[in-house]
Write a protein that binds this ligand. Structure first.
Ligand SMILES: [Zn+2]
Length: 54
């Protein structure tokens, strides 16, 4: 299986994106944009929701 190893900008851990996923496509198009792993994107989303309801 083809994948890229991308550094998460939030937790600084490497994570893999597999061919066919949205992140894989985004990374292929723009390698200099920032990415975060599933855990962090989930956390960020939850924080945004919490903030929204405050
Ligand atoms: Zn992360």
């Amino acid at each position: 299986m083809i994948y890229y190893e991308i550094l998460c900008y939030s937790c600084k851990r490497k994570f893999k994106v597999y061919e066919g996923s949205l992140k894989y496509k985004q990374f292929k198009e723009k390698r200099n944009r920032i990415f975060c792993c599933e855990d962090c994107s989930h956390k960020i989303r939850m924080d945004a929701i919490k903030h929204f309801f405050r």
